[in-house]
Design a protein around this ligand. Sequence first.
Ligand code: BG6
Ligand code: MG
Length: 210
Amino acid sequence: MKYQGIIFDLDGVLCSTDEYHYRAWKALADRLNIPFDRERNNLLRGVSRMQSLDIILEKAGRAYSEQEKAAFAEEKNALYRQLLGGMSPDDLTEDVRRTLRELRKTAVRLAIGSSSKNTPFILERLGLSGFFDAVADGNCITHSKPHPEVFLKAAELLGLPPRDCLVVEDAHAGVEAASAGGFDCAAMGDAKDDPRAAYHLKRLSDLLKV
Ligand code: BG6
Ligand code: MG
């Protein structure tokens, strides 16, 4: 491994919570009669909760007050957290488990770099609290991806310069953030073919060959 640190995005990289984000936003959009589908959902990957809501409301055909928007975000998050509550360590795929286990045996330092404020709860549900050397998430940043802040924070917590860290992402906004911060990026899922990424992963364990 040519890197001393790996910074993982969480939703859509280590676990399929991206599907729960979709279902919770879809329930809200349906209730408000706003068109929303999986393709549009891809625009929400990596961006903050309020920015995600703004993208959804672009199709609303009317304006909402800041107070209404705060209530919508709260409604979505309550439903999302209900879905997260049903998760357990069994929600980690065998491929993800094996990858984390193998990497943990090496000297490579491992971090989370996620825009989500629910990161601590998700890690707890997955049995991964305390597993990572550093966690940078939506609770400690002011700009979400494509701004590089969360990855720079993770690298700083690892005590490594960006050039020594590899970012793993499933969002185009995340690949852009990695590039803006001076990190190499391994892209998978929705962002797999993003030309700004140095590596294109079919599955997480492809990382073990980097
Ligand atoms: C990112 C997701 O990880 O977290 C986005 O890709 C989401 O879709 C963002 O909007 C914020 O998540 P949360 O859990 O703070 O609402
Ligand atoms: Mg993601």
